[in-house]
Design a protein around this ligand. Structure first.
Ligand code: C2O
Ligand code: CU
Length: 455
């Protein structure tokens, strides 16, 4: 009989050495811990984190490589890991009751999969995400190109907002239906990589790659860049055909943007990433400029190499599903189906459901669309609510299609109130895949459906 303590020590040792084939994989513990999220005059905040830290360990892996991690659940509740944005083997997607059973406290689960696409991804729980993500369970997953672009630094910025009580403990309002039916759990303190008032010294004239990730439960970050000449080179991991100069960029929950920036602020000044708020500009990340880089200014910037995502087929031939979003505060929803019967909003709320997709407040039994393997499909998402929603498709990247043509490849797209956004993608990854709002209170509150690819 091996005691739990001995088992944990043994798997810890596996981190030190490269595991031989068939031996134990590197551990990723989901565990309670503390983090100095607030200024130093506050006590550290009790959190849940991977490796008991916020953020969890940054995972870097070469494109095409195999990623293996043993999730060890030391939380007081069941959990899973979803590898957001990875076009992954379905069995490794981390969706409880769909691709795996949730991992109970004290148990473990081995994830092992190949990463086909270079880019910026992240990992987070997919069980009680509205609580587990808010408590700090997330980490960056960076898949490195064979020949990465020439930059002076490659920085990941995991941008989060926290809802603190006055003593900088996490406010216990996790299941608040008021949040669920409005914008979600919006915080009152912003961190980057678990640090409040994040500051990263840089050199004047330096070229940096900034991998921005919105890991907040529900907050949309409209970001403004100052003191940089910035170009977006990838969105949600996928390279743009050509780098695009930007001064501002909006990141909805779960979205990523890879920027390559040249520091244009001078020595002694500070470059900034700011959040544009109703009241003005709020600091997200500061980059004090210290010293000068030796880099020749104005070096050309070429696009990142594309990932092996299949091209869209003929859109006129593509089957098209319609997804109508309803509910929420100030909405028009008169009722929705749950447990096989029509329920009024008040009764739905009693079950924690405040939204619906196509009149269903829970995951439907049949998929929104069943696609043949390799088929190009379209989904029109109609936002008949008073709130924006960040719609995320698992296992695939899609393009928004519209009168202006096809947008860039993404895995999460914002759909504003009264807007219809139509996406198209090649359903080339077999399995059952979720399509849900990534304002995680909204998905728990009813904004979740799924598609089936292949038999
Ligand atoms: Cu990042 Cu279904 O989630
Ligand atoms: Cu939503």
């Amino acid at each position: 009989m091996i005691s739990r303590r001995v088992f944990l020590a043994a798997s810890g040792a596996a981190l030190m050495t490269r595991p031989a084939a068939g031996s134990s994989v590197a551990a990723l513990r989901a565990a309670p811990g503390t983090a100095q999220l607030a200024p130093a005059d506050y006590a550290p905040t009790p959190i849940w984190g991977y490796g008991a830290k916020v953020p969890g360990p940054e995972i870097r892996i070469p494109q095409g490589g195999e990623l293996s991690r043993r999730l060890i659940n030391e939380l007081p509740q069941a959990t899973t890991i979803h590898w957001h944005g990875i076009r992954i083997d379905n069995a490794m997607d981390g969706v409880p009751d769909m691709t795996q059973a949730a991992v109970l406290p004290g148990e473990s689960f081995d994830y092992s999969f190949r990463v086909p696409d270079a880019g910026t991804y992240w990992y987070h729980p997919h069980n009680r995400t509205w609580e587990q993500l808010a408590r700090g369970l997330y980490g960056a997953l960076v898949v490195v190109e064979e020949t990465p672009p020439d930059v002076d630094a490659d920085l990941v910025l995991l941008i989060d907002d926290w809802r603190f009580a006055a003593d900088a403990t996490l406010h216990e309002s996790f299941g608040s239906l008021r949040d669920w039916s409005h914008a979600g759990r919006i915080g009152n303190w912003v961190t980057v990589n678990g640090v409040g008032e994040y500051a990263q010294p840089v050199k004047a004239g330096a070229r940096l790659r900034l991998r921005l990730v919105n890991v907040a439960n529900a907050r949309i970050f409209p970001l403004v860049l100052r003191g940089f000449e910035a170009r977006v080179v990838a969105l949600d991991g996928q390279p743009l055909d050509a780098p695009r100069v930007v001064e501002r960029i909006t990141l909805a929950p779960a979205q990523r943007a890879d920027l390559i920036v040249d520091v244009t602020a001078s020595e002694g000044e500070t470059a900034h990433i700011l959040e544009e708020d109703r009241e003005g500009l709020l600091a997200v990340a500061d980059f004090p400029v210290e010293g000068r880089s030796g880099r020749t200014p104005g070096a050309p910037l070429i696009a990142l190499p594309p990932n092996p995502v299949p091209r869209l087929g003929d859109l006129d031939q593509a089957p098209r599903a319609v997804l109508r979003m309803e509910g929420g505060a100030m909405g028009r929803m008169s009722g929705a189906m749950m447990g096989g019967r029509m329920m009024a909003p008040r009764d739905l709320a009693g079950e924690g459901k405040v939204w619906a997709f196509n009149g269903m407040a829970e995951l439907p039994e049949s998929p929104l669309i069943a696609a043949d393997l390799g088929q190009t499909v379209r989904i029109a998402m109609i936002n008949d609510t008073a709130w924006p929603h960040a719609m995320h498709l698992h296992g695939h990247h899609f393009r928004v299609i519209g009168p202006e043509g096809k947008g860039p490849l993404r895995d999460t797209t914002l759909v504003n109130p009264d807007e219809t956004v139509e996406i198209a993608f090649v359903a080339d990854n077999p399995g059952d895949w979720l399509l849900h709002c990534h304002m995680v209170e909204h998905s728990a509150g009813g904004m979740m459906t799924w598609i089936r690819v292949g038999a």
